[in-house]
Design a protein around this ligand. Structure first.
Ligand SMILES: C[S@@+](CC[C@H](N)C(=O)[O-])C[C@H]1O[C@@H](n2cnc3c(N)ncnc32)[C@H](O)[C@@H]1O
Length: 277
């Protein structure tokens, strides 16, 4: 789908980056491959027999219109080794963008994203794609940290969803409680959308967001590096800016010299806390 960028405010052009609809992995990261899939011949309608439904806690997380029913720590969509057809109800975000999105210049937050169509609650919007980096690699990009999305760590006691853009957020506060078989260490991963990314890289933060970031697995089995899929958290009218909560914890973001970084929030919501971090 073609995505236009409009600027009615000044003469600034969209910054250069390479558009990638899929994640960019390198051989440095050993992604755990899929071990298998469900055996359903139809549409995964028997949630007791469908292995993917079982992994989702005994239910398909989407309704028949393709809307996510509720945000979860991790959603398993059916994948390439499943026997079900591409039209299976448990394949949603893997099919890509369905709404006509537009990148536009905002007055105070750089570029942002809106939809030209109205969006029903629960609909898939887009994936936050980019280069997959280890925590160490991400830490070395402190000067260019505006497009980092920290995936947190796979084994942790913290319950935080941790779906936020950050470079150096305290790992304990930013991590997830997903337990992870076959993973020896606790290495965390980050997506960097600065050089390679999708329209998702332009979605701004809001303290009253209308999207949620959902971790999804379908084409590999590595819970350390789930796909980040953005879904509508409410019905969204056309031209309303799309936003999600970056989930920063104030005073936990540091620069390379170890000083606390402060960034004001201009989301404009009545619930705005005033600071992004
Ligand atoms: C992932 S980028 C979002 C797209 C960005 N606006 C652009 O022009 O490329 C994140 C950056 O956007 C800006 N931003 C996003 N949400 C904001 C907000 N609520 N208030 C102020 N700046 C925001 C900050 O500079 C942040 O580091």
């Amino acid at each position: 789908m073609r995505i236009c960028a409009v600027n009615t405010l000044d003469s600034l052009k969209l910054p250069q980056f390479k558009y990638t609809a899929k994640m960019k992995y390198t051989s440095r990261h050993n992604v755990i491959p899929l071990k298998g899939g469900c055996e359903c011949k139809g549409m995964c309608s028997d949630s007791k027999k469908c292995l993917c439904a079982v992994k989702n806690g005994g239910e398909i997380p989407f309704n028949h219109s393709g809307a996510i029913v509720e945000a979860k720590l991790l959603v398993y969509e059916c994948g390439p080794l499943c026997k079900c057809p591409p039209s299976c109800y448990n394949r949603v975000s893997q099919h890509g963008i369905k709404f006509q999105l537009e990148i536009f210049k905002t007055t105070s937050r750089g570029w942002g994203v809106r939809s030209l169509n109205s969006i029903p609650s629960g609909s898939f919007i887009c994936q936050y794609t980019g280069e997959l980096l280890s925590e160490k690699e991400a830490d070395q990009r402190t000067g260019n940290d505006e497009y980092l999305f920290d995936l947190g760590r796979s084994k942790s006691s913290s319950q935080s969803m941790g779906a936020g853009l950050s470079s150096v957020i305290s790992p304990d506060l930013q991590s997830t409680s997903i337990s992870c078989e076959n993973v020896e260490d606790e290495e965390g991963f980050t997506i960097d959308a600065f050089k390679y990314g999708s329209v998702g890289r332009f979605i701004n933060h809001s303290c009253s967001p209308n999207l949620v970031a959902q971790r999804v697995l379908y084409d590999h089995d590595d819970v350390r590096m789930p796909h980040i899929m953005l879904f509508a958290a409410e019905n969204i009218p056309p031209l309303r800016e799309l936003t999600y909560d970056y989930n920063y914890v104030v005073d936990t973001v540091y620069d390379s010299a170890g000083n606390i970084k402060i960034k004001e929030c201009y989301c404009g919501s009545s619930e705005c806390t005033g600071r992004m971090y």
